[in-house]
Write a protein that binds this ligand. Structure first.
Ligand SMILES: [Zn+2]
Ligand SMILES: [Zn+2]
Ligand SMILES: [Zn+2]
Ligand SMILES: [Zn+2]
Length: 122
C-alpha cells in the first residue's frame, strides 16, 4: 500500500480495503463488511440480486431494485419480483392502491393540522 493512499469516499481516512464492485479504495468506515462492498455501492446496488445498480424502490417491501428485478406497476411505481410473485398482480395493485389512499389521508390530516394551527395564530 502506498503512503497517502486515502479513502476515495470520505477522502479523510486511510484506504485499507478495495471494493470488488467499483474498485474504489476505501477505509473501513466506508466499507459495508456484511455485503463486502463499499458504502456507495451498498446504497445503490440492487438489494435483491446484489449485482446491478438499483433504479427503483419496491413499493411493497421498500428494497432497492434493479431493472432486472422489478415489475413496473405504473409510470412511477414498481415492485420487486419477489413481492410480485408473492402477492400476484391483483395483490400488488391492491396493496399499492391502499398505500396511495393511506398517503392521501395522512396528507389531508397534515394539511388540516397546519390550517388549524395557523387559525389559532390569528
Ligand atoms: Zn472513508
Ligand atoms: Zn464500490
Ligand atoms: Zn437486481
Ligand atoms: Zn418487494
Amino acid at each position: 500500500m502506498q503512503s497517502g493512499d486515502l479513502c476515495e469516499i470520505c477522502g479523510r481516512r486511510k484506504a485499507e480495503l478495495s471494493c470488488p464492485k467499483c474498485g474504489r479504495r476505501v477505509c473501513r468506515e466506508c466499507f459495508n463488511e456484511e455485503k463486502g462492498i463499499c458504502l456507495v455501492c451498498s446504497e445503490t446496488i440492487c438489494e435483491r440480486c446484489g449485482k446491478k445498480h438499483s433504479v427503483e424502490r419496491c413499493q411493497i417491501c421498500g428494497r432497492l431494485i434493479c431493472p432486472d428485478c422489478l415489475v413496473r406497476v405504473d409510470k412511477v411505481r414498481a415492485v420487486c419480483l419477489d413481492c410480485f410473485q408473492e402477492l400476484g398482480k391483483e395483490g400488488v395493485y391492491r396493496a399499492i392502491r391502499e398505500r396511495i389512499i393511506e398517503e392521501r389521508k395522512k396528507l389531508a390530516s397534515r394539511l388540516k393540522e397546519q390550517y388549524l394551527q395557523r387559525g389559532k395564530g390569528f
